[in-house]
Ligand binder design. Structure first.
Ligand SMILES: [Zn+2]
Length: 312
C-alpha cells in the first residue's frame, strides 16, 4: 500500500524514505487544481511518481508544490519534481525560497549534520528557477477550488518552517512541528508512538511550544504529519508533542554545564523508554527510534551551545 485516502480529496503517498514504509509521506490534494505537499528527498522521487501514478496523476498535471520547510527529507527532491512538473508553482517560506533557488548552503549544512553519508541518504539537490518559487507570507492563502490552503510561519523546528491549514478537511499539514507519528510498521512496536522532532540547527523548545499553541488556536480537527500520516483528533498529536518538548526542557535544565553528545543521546533514549512505559507499553529500549534520537540529540546540543554563547 503506497497511498492512503483520507477523504476530502486528500491522499498520503508513502515516500519510502530511507527505503522504509510508514516513514515519510507527501500529500496530494485533488481539486480543480492539483496540489502536492512535500516531495521527500531526491531518493524518494521514484516512490513519489509511483504514488501519483496510483492516483492517476501525472507529474505534468501538478499545479502547485508546497513545502513545509527545506530539510532534505521534505524538500530534497523538489528540484526533480519541478522539472517533471513544468507548469507547477512552488510555495515555500520566504527563508526557504532562496535555498530552493540556490541549494549550495543546504548541501553544506546537510553534510555538517549527516556527515559524508548525506549525499547517498538524500540524493542530488537541483536548483529551481527563481521565477517559479513563491515566498509565502505568514497568513497568506492559496485557493485551488473548494480547498483554501493557509500558510503559517511556525519556527521552533526550523526558522524556514510553515504549517498549512486546509479549509475543507480542517486538517493541519504540520511538517515537523506537531511531532512524529511512529507507526508499528516502522518501529516494530505494537502501538503507535508520538514524539517531537528536535533535529538541528534551529530547534528551540520555547519557540516550538509557542508555535504549537498558535496552531492549536486554529482548532484543526486532525494533523497530517509528514512523518507519517494522520493523527485524529489533532489534540492527541499536540499532547504527545508538547509532553515530549517538556521532557526535553526539563532535561536541558538538569544537564551539567558543558554536556556532551553521548550524554544527551542516552538521556533522550531514557526519556522515550519512560514515556512509552508511562503509557502502558513496557518497551525494552528505544532502538527503533535510534536515527531520530541521534539527530534530536544533536539538535538539543546545538540549542544548548547557542544559548550558552548568548546567540538566541
Ligand atoms: Zn522531517
Amino acid at each position: 500500500m503506497a497511498v492512503i485516502d483520507y477523504g476530502s480529496g486528500i491522499y498520503a503517498i508513502d515516500l519510502y524514505e530511507e527505503g522504509k514504509p510508514f516513514r515519510s509521506s507527501a500529500y496530494l490534494i485533488k481539486d480543480e487544481q492539483l496540489a502536492l505537499i512535500e516531495t521527500g528527498s531526491a531518493n524518494s522521487h521514484e516512490a513519489l511518481l509511483r504514488g501519483l501514478g496510483e492516483l492517476d496523476v501525472k507529474p505534468e498535471d501538478l499545479d502547485h508544490i508546497l513545502l513545509t520547510h527545506v530539510h532534505l527529507d521534505h524538500s530534497g527532491g523538489a528540484g526533480q519534481m519541478m522539472q517533471a512538473s513544468p507548469k507547477a508553482v512552488m510555495h515555500a517560506h520566504p527563508r526557504a525560497a532562496r535555498h530552493l533557488v540556490d541549494p549550495s548552503r543546504l548541501i553544506s549544512g546537510t553534510r555538517a549534520v549527516y556527515g559524508e553519508h548525506a549525499d547517498e541518504m538524500f540524493g542530488p539537490l537541483m536548483p529551481i528557477e527563481a521565477e517559479r518559487v513563491v515566498a509565502e507570507d505568514d497568513g497568506s492563502h492559496l485557493t485551488i477550488g473548494r480547498h483554501t490552503l493557509s500558510f503559517y510561519h511556525t519556527p521552533g523546528h526550523a526558522k524556514h518552517h510553515m504549517c498549512i491549514y486546509d479549509s475543507v478537511s480542517t486538517g493541519l499539514f504540520s511538517g515537523d512541528m506537531v511531532g512524529i507519528r511512529y507507526w508499528p510498521e516502522y518501529t516494530g512496536w505494537d502501538f503507535v508512538y508520538g514524539f517531537p522532532t528536535t533535529s538541528p540547527v534551529d530547534f528551540d523548545p520555547d519557540t516550538m511550544l509557542a508555535s504549537m499553541d498558535r496552531m492549536e488556536q486554529l482548532q484543526p480537527s486532525r494533523i497530517f504529519h509528514t512523518h507519517f500520516g494522520e493523527t485524529k483528533p489533532a489534540a492527541v498529536a499536540f499532547d504527545f508533542s508538547r509532553r515530549g518538548v517538556q521532557y526535553i526542557r526539563a532535561l536541558i535544565d538538569q544537564l551539567p554545564e558543558n554536556p556532551d553528545y553521548p550524554m544527551i543521546q542516552q538521556a533522550l533514549s531514557q526519556i522515550v523508554i519512560q514515556d512509552a512505559r508511562r503509557q502502558g507499553h513496557p518497551v525494552k529500549n528505544a532502538d527503533p527510534l535510534a536515527l531520530d534520537i541521534m539527530l534530536d540529540a544533536q539538535g538539543i546540543l546545538v540549542y544548548i551551545q547557542k544559548k550558552q554563547a548568548g546567540k538566541l
